[in-house]
Design a protein around this ligand. Structure first.
Ligand code: ADP
Length: 293
């Protein structure tokens, strides 16, 4: 019987053989489609779970932090040194957990395509200055200096200012964390044609070549923080995703012991005069067309 079929196949014309190959291909495509649909569904379930879980955990977490703050203020009685230390640990753990939840929720929203950007023309120099002020408070009592070199032309990007500051705060906090005392972190903003490039350069420990791409993956920590439970490894993947949502890109140039330069690009907002000149040009071209008809 089986031999019969084999003989029949051998005898099949090239056209029939082609049909048979085509039929098998179509079958495989249909199987792939169904696996893909299943994956999309599973991913949507994961995203929904993450978002809901983060929401649920937030409320009790706020309560814990609120009470820890009340205790820490000593409004309800003076604490011993040991009690004060414990309350500080509770507050610190609460803060880390809040940050983690917020990053997880942002990433889940991006994955689900549900993040909304408030895109407007924004002054990148000013955002860099504001981000620097935010992290300066934690810059190891000011032992790492942040210097901002801005483009004289005040580059204006078309971007969501809050999200750009979030990216800058992330990069600056990392730069400070991995820098030696007394060193400096430089932020450089420059216009490059259709793009604005922002570089955050440090003189810190640098990153091994094999880690330079991995660190943009979720939950990956490297270097001395590889096993630090206080680090989440979400800052860079989230920052890169936020930049990508604007159409830009983010990467790092680094060498161990020689510091790192994290950079990202944002689309430039067309200056009003240029936009006006462009539309005037278009009007003139249209007039010429009408006249020549
Ligand atoms: P986290 O939020 O835990 O800091 P990130 O995603 O921001 O995670 O960073 C991931 C890893 O990238 C860090 O664990 C660290 O090894 C490395 N890294 C990030 N920024 C720098 C830097 N400026 N210098 C050296 N290593 C860095």
């Amino acid at each position: 019987m089986t031999q019969d079929r084999a003989t029949r196949q051998e005898q099949a014309s090239p056209l029939e053989q082609l049909r048979e190959v085509n039929r098998r291909l179509e079958q495989q495509i249909a199987e792939l489609r169904s696996v893909n649909a299943e994956l999309v569904r599973a991913n949507a379930v994961k995203t929904r779970f993450l978002t809901q879980m983060s929401h649920e955990v937030r409320a009790p977490l706020h309560t814990i932090q609120g009470y820890a703050e009340l205790l820490g203020d000593e409004s309800y009685g003076v604490l011993s040194d040991e009690q004060r230390r414990f309350v500080k640990h509770v507050s610190e753990a609460g803060r880390l957990l809040t940050e983690l939840l917020s990053d997880v929720m942002d990433l889940a929203k991006i994955e689900a395509g549900k993040i909304e950007l408030d895109v407007q023309p924004m002054n990148v120099n000013r955002a860099a200055e504001q981000a620097a002020r935010i992290v300066q408070g934690v810059a190891r009592n000011g032992s790492v200096a942040i210097r901002i070199e801005t483009d004289e032309q005040e580059p204006v990007a078309l971007a969501d200012e809050r999200r750009v500051k979030q990216v800058l705060v992330n990069l600056l906090s990392n730069a400070i964390r991995y820098s030696p005392e007394g060193s400096s972190v430089d932020v450089h903003v420059s216009g490059e044609g259709e793009w604005i490039k922002v570089c955050v350069r440090d003189e810190g420990i640098g990153i091994a070549p094999e880690d330079q791409e991995r660190i943009f993956e979720e939950f990956v920590r490297a270097g001395p923080d590889r096993d630090d439970p206080e680090r989440t490894g979400l800052g860079l993947p989230l920052s890169r995703e936020l930049v990508k949502l604007h159409g830009g890109e983010m990467n790092v140039d680094s060498a161990p012991g020689k510091g790192s330069t994290f950079w990202f690009t944002l689309p430039v907002a067309t200056p009003p005069e240029e936009a006006e000149a462009r539309s005037e040009g278009a009007m003139k071209a249209a007039e010429r067309l009408v006249r020549s008809e």
